[in-house]
Write a protein that binds this ligand. Structure first.
Ligand code: HAM
Length: 424
């Protein structure tokens, strides 16, 4: 039996995981600057949370969830996204009672969707997302978008396109909904069965249909922007004003609807332009969800957030030939020759590592040449050479591999010597 990795998943091997660590560290640092605190929620939740939260007419809930029954007969689902879980935790832990509102949280972790796998579309992918709950100030919308743009910008990505839309408040959405029903109803039989059932339940979802995307009624459908009431227009204007003041370029696109049901007012996506990126151009998405906390059983509380996947971010970095400044090799490789030095090596390694150096050695009894080759492969900055004679004098040879110069250093001062050289 040959075991294979499940479709739509990947192993992240060591040459890639250093990039992941760099990106994750960037997310931690950025969130700390913006004062978002990390939350870690379970990988699975009650199925009902997503059905309610994400919305039962969405593709995610209807077609893409990994749902299973546990041995106690409970229906559980691997989380397809992070917002519903974060809001569940906000309600369950009564965060609405915390003195500091909005509560600003972020998460980095795997999400699961049973989608047709293709480049940039995985069945398990890692989202970095943030959620701010407890304020309806449009300045928070601008902050969330600003953080997202900064994250990409600080990693060096270019040709980003920020697209914003407003889905309006409840009154605006109801009016738009009626207009959509009126628009599609006479010819709904020309649409797929999903769209036919969406007409009554959630006509906005029709605009998101992948099958009927080219139907002529799609392009002529009424735009939400024509149905925003005064308050929603005002809100959207203020968000745009803040973005302008922050020098963040954007486009307004009245057809941007997003694939999850909880949004109102601000919705946005960040896309990437340019060759070599294939069919998938959306890097991240988010928006405001003022009804979600209440929907999930908490007090009426506004919220906004966004999420991106690290997989798509890495694709974008590759497409733009951006190399991340990840630390490559070891500080030093310990080359050991002879019986006594071999016995002494574990203690020396242990000491050097305890003092903060990254060091490795040979465990296969290689000859000197083989050990030096290994030091090169490990991209070690220094080789520390310990032979019988050196050990008897409590000395080592320290060779700077790139330059080739070599010095004799006492065993006690290896760390100080290497650290000072590295600082130089
Ligand atoms: P979403 O648009 O479904 O929104 O996903 C956000 C991002 O996750 C996408 O833009 C994309 O980068 C990534 N993503 C989604 N599906 C896949 C996949 N199959 N493979 C690789 N990457 C994928 C949400 O999930 C919302 N929870 C975002 C949000 C947070 N809204 C408010 N707060």
């Amino acid at each position: 039996m040959n075991y294979k990795i499940p479709r739509g998943t990947q192993d992240i091997l060591p040459d890639q995981s250093s990039k992941w660590q760099y990106i994750e560290q960037k997310a931690h640092d950025l969130c700390s600057r913006y004062n978002y605190k990390e939350i870690r929620t379970p990988i699975f939740e009650q199925t009902e949370l997503f059905a309610r939260g994400v919305g039962d007419t969405t593709d995610i809930v209807q077609k893409e969830m990994y749902t299973f029954e546990d041995r106690g007969g409970r229906s559980l689902t691997l989380r397809p996204e992070g917002t519903a879980s974060t809001v569940r935790s906000y309600v369950e832990n009564k965060m609405h009672g915390w003195a500091d509102q909005p509560v600003k949280l972020y998460y980095i972790g795997p999400m699961f969707r049973y989608e047709r796998p293709q480049s940039g579309r995985m069945r398990q992918f890692v989202q970095f997302g943030i959620e701010a709950m407890g304020s309806a100030d449009p300045a928070i919308d601008a902050e969330v978008i600003g953080l997202a743009m900064d994250f990409y910008g600080e990693l060096g990505l270019k040709n980003l396109k920020l697209v914003v839309n407003s889905l309006g408040d409840k009154e605006s959405r109801d009016n738009h909904r009626n207009a959509l029903v009126k628009h599609f109803q006479p010819r709904i039989s020309e649409f797929c069965s999903d769209c036919q059932s969406r007409l009554e339940k959630n006509p906005l979802r029709i605009l998101d249909c992948k099958k009927d995307r080219d139907h002529e009624l799609m392009t002529t459908a009424p735009s939400i922007l024509d149905y925003l009431n005064e308050e929603s227009v005002q809100y959207f204007d203020t968000v745009q004003h803040y973005l302008q003041s922050m020098n963040i370029p954007f486009e307004v696109d009245g057809t941007l609807v997003r694939g999850l049901d909880y949004y109102n007012n601000t919705a946005f996506e960040i896309m990437i332009d340019g060759d070599g990126f294939g069919a998938i151009t959306t890097l991240s998405g988010g928006g405001r969800y003022n009804g979600l906390v209440e929907e999930i059983g908490g007090p009426a509380t506004p919220g906004i957030g966004f999420a991106l996947s690290i997989e798509r971010l890495l694709m974008a970095l590759d497409a733009q030939n951006i190399t991340l400044p990840v630390k490559k090799g070891l500080d030093a490789y310990l080359v050991v020759m002879g019986e006594e030095p071999k016995k002494y090596a574990p203690k020396l390694l242990h000491d050097l590592r305890a003092k903060g150096l990254s060091v490795d050695t040979d465990y296969l009894d290689k000859k000197m040449k083989g050990q030096l080759k290994a030091a090169d492969r490990q991209q070690a900055t220094f080789a520390i050479i310990l032979g019988e004679e050196e050990l008897s004098q409590k000395m080592v040879q320290v060779k700077e591999l790139e330059i080739g110069n070599q010095e004799t250093i006492s065993l006690d001062s290896i760390t100080t010597y290497i650290k000072s050289k590295i600082e130089e």
